[in-house]
Design a protein. Structure first.
Length: 444
């Protein structure tokens, strides 16, 4: 089979890889037995190299909905089904995802492999908190059913394990009941880092909370932000609005398409600083309330098809870390100061608060998490190495789904259970069949 150029959402790195798809369990078994190394890949929306490898197995044709209980919300589906598929099917029936990341263009298998988190982690935890069971194909073609009770080591190693324990075939989990597809949203301006952290603490009773943060702000303005918090709207909330006519409507497809790569100079310190100024000041009042549809609240960037092309052909790197509560303020202030002083610009900067969690290999743990993205350059790589040191100094760790350049030692310092994970992987992947560029870089 001819190799083809393959890359994920950050357009870095680009590799020549063999891409194979399957539509049946037996077909997948034959692929696994034949190939020396494989890694599963869904929509390719991870930012770095965690689903890139010598042979890539696409799960997108293995995407059937197998069962659904309209009383409990329990659903069983194949791993290639996307969050978009689930939303379009179940929102009209009054159900929503228990956890969702910032894009709906990911598969359920990818969601488990990344153990995705959302704006409600402080309330609902990550995806693994809602998984009842899953079937995984191992390196010898055997299929193991695992859960928190049965084959639990494999279960916890697979949640957040970046596809390195086997191919996720199908899973059972529970959806959440909703009355409408709308969100009652409140937006609050924060003048600095201290204020936004205070607002986060005051917002713990809200189901959803997230903040856009101006990473180029300096001095007394460091950390100036816009907090957005919300709840699923009830039918009562929609009274006297046009939304009441169709309270469980599914939003339209992307309204804008970027059909070409922007020139590399388009994103620079001046353009990002101008955007940040306008975005922060577009809200004139301290607090603003309203009702919005689920797409605008959860997936604002999905409204722009191919938005990654804004970064041009060179691509970009995303950088996400979490710091524990007692070290978040000091650590975030130093990190934001380092970024603003460097002149390197992150077009998107998102701050969230995690609740308690400390699983085997999953990224979330209690504290504040900041996600940034930077246009690719040697200067940015040097900056990120400096930020790595600051994150580790403050007992933080990094999100593998967003990573494309982290050193093995940096990774291991943030994940105290890495040796246990390696042992579980070895027990279930005796031939080291499941490998990615990232796993080789990390020594897993």
């Amino acid at each position: 089979m001819k190799k083809e150029t393959t890359t994920n959402w950050g357009n870095y790195p680009k590799i020549n890889a063999k891409n194979i798809s399957f539509s049946s369990q037996e077909e997948l078994k034959q692929i696994i037995l034949k190939e020396k190394e494989v890694i599963a890949r869904g929509m390719g929306r991870c930012y770095g190299d965690s689903s890139l490898g010598e042979t890539i197995i696409s799960t997108l044709k293995f995407n059937r909905l197998l069962s659904f209980d309209n009383i409990t919300g329990e659903i069983t589906c194949e791993a290639g089904i996307t969050l978009e598929d689930l939303l379009e099917t179940f929102i009209p029936k009054g159900w929503f995802l228990p956890v969702t990341p910032g894009t709906k263009y990911v598969t359920i298998g990818g969601a488990i492999a990344s153990d995705i988190h959302g704006k409600n982690h402080h309330v609902e935890g990550s995806m693994s908190n809602h998984i009842i069971s899953m079937d995984i194909m191992l390196d010898n073609g055997e299929v193991i059913t695992c859960s928190k009770e049965a084959n639990s080591d494999l279960f916890w190693a697979t949640c957040g394990g970046m596809g390195l324990t086997g191919i996720i075939l199908r899973t059972t989990f529970c959806l959440s009941r909703i009355q409408t597809s709308y969100i009652v949203q409140e937006s609050i301006k924060a003048k600095d880092l201290e204020e936004i952290m205070k607002i986060f603490n005051e917002s713990k009773n809200y189901t959803y909370s997230v903040a856009w943060i101006d990473c180029l702000a300096k001095g007394k303005d460091i950390g100036r932000s816009l907090m957005i918090r919300g709840e699923h709207a009830t039918v009562e909330d929609l009274k006297e609005t046009p939304f009441l006519k169709n309270p469980l409507s599914v939003s339209k497809k992307p309204f804008l398409n970027i059909s070409f790569n922007f020139p590399n100079f388009a994103l620079n310190t001046l353009s990002v600083k101008s955007f940040n100024f306008l975005y922060y000041n577009k809200q004139l009042k301290k607090t603003q309330k309203g009702i919005t549809n689920y797409n605008k609240f959860f997936y604002p960037l999905d409204g722009i098809n191919n938005w990654n092309r804004i970064y041009g052909k060179r691509g970009f790197v995303q950088y996400q870390f979490v710091l524990p509560p007692d070290k978040s303020y000091e650590g975030l202030k130093k990190i934001l100061s380092k970024i603003s002083a460097s002149g390197s610009c992150s077009f998107l900067a998102v701050l969230k608060l995690f609740g308690e969690q400390d699983d085997l290999i999953s990224f979330p743990k209690e504290g504040y998490t900041l996600a940034l993205d930077f246009p690719l350059s040697e200067k940015v790589f040097n900056l990120l190495e400096e930020l790595d040191k600051l994150v580790l100094e403050h007992d933080g760790r990094f999100y593998l789904t967003k990573d494309s350049r982290m050193a093995q030692t940096t990774f291991e310092k943030g994940y105290k259970n890495i040796e246990k994970f390696k042992q579980i992987k070895e027990n279930n992947d005796k031939t080291r069949k499941f490998q990615s560029l990232q796993s080789k870089r990390m020594g897993i």
